[in-house]
Design a protein around this ligand. Sequence first.
Ligand SMILES: Cc1cc2nc3c(=O)[nH]c(=O)nc-3n(C[C@H](O)[C@H](O)[C@H](O)COP(=O)(O)O)c2cc1C
Length: 237
Amino acid sequence: MKNIQFSKDTKLVFVKKLTVLLFCFIAPPPFSSSAAEAINDEALIVYYSRTGKSKTVSDVIKRNFCVDMLEIKDLKDRSGAWGFMGAAFDNMFDRYTEIEPKQPDLSEYSLVILVSPVWNWKMSAPIRTFLKDNRLDNKKLVVFTTANIDIKKYDKFGDDASFIKRFLRDYLRKSSKGMQLLAKDSGADIIRHYHVETKNVTRKQIIEQTIRHFADLKLNTGLNLCTSLPLHMGYNN
Ligand SMILES: Cc1cc2nc3c(=O)[nH]c(=O)nc-3n(C[C@H](O)[C@H](O)[C@H](O)COP(=O)(O)O)c2cc1C
């Protein structure tokens, strides 16, 4: 009788151990380490979008890295042909606009991911205004731009390129209102600039282009995906 009791206890312990062991193999690994969670918690996407393309880029980053996101709203009406012309005019003459929120609390973020359409070879007026009105000292900054064409290809042109190519390259690089210097003026440490082309491109292709930057983004920021595989929003989920 005692023997039977002993063997039952042993079996119970064995079954318990086996369950724990199996759980270790079966349970999915956490998607991100606690260190990665910490940096994801400190990251904020700040975006403006007039026609939704930069919003698509922002959404796909948010969905895949589970970071906070803030939309900058332009209080000027930018819709339709008049809105387009007003936007072009404002950017041509480096004019600022009224935005909402004007000075959001950024204190808890160490990494800002800025997403902006390009207007006349510059970041859009609402994002330029955001950079003017907010200090980003001691913060790392990643910039995503969207535009009809691949503006980043100009950066690669050498001094043997045509005058117009060199002019546009230097404009993007050095102009006091150019993209990089403008962001630097805010005190931020710019670590990366990614670009997404949007002309004659489907939403799916915008998402795919954005996802292509994720490996480099992870490498250079310490962000970790919060999904097992990159989510192609609306295509595989
Ligand atoms: C006023 C204005 C100026 C633009 N200037 C440029 C430009 O210089 N180069 C370019 O490739 N695309 C330019 N575009 C196209 C936008 O950058 C592109 O469509 C962008 O992806 C739109 O993003 P959104 O949908 O988030 O507003 C311009 C668009 C507007 C409205």
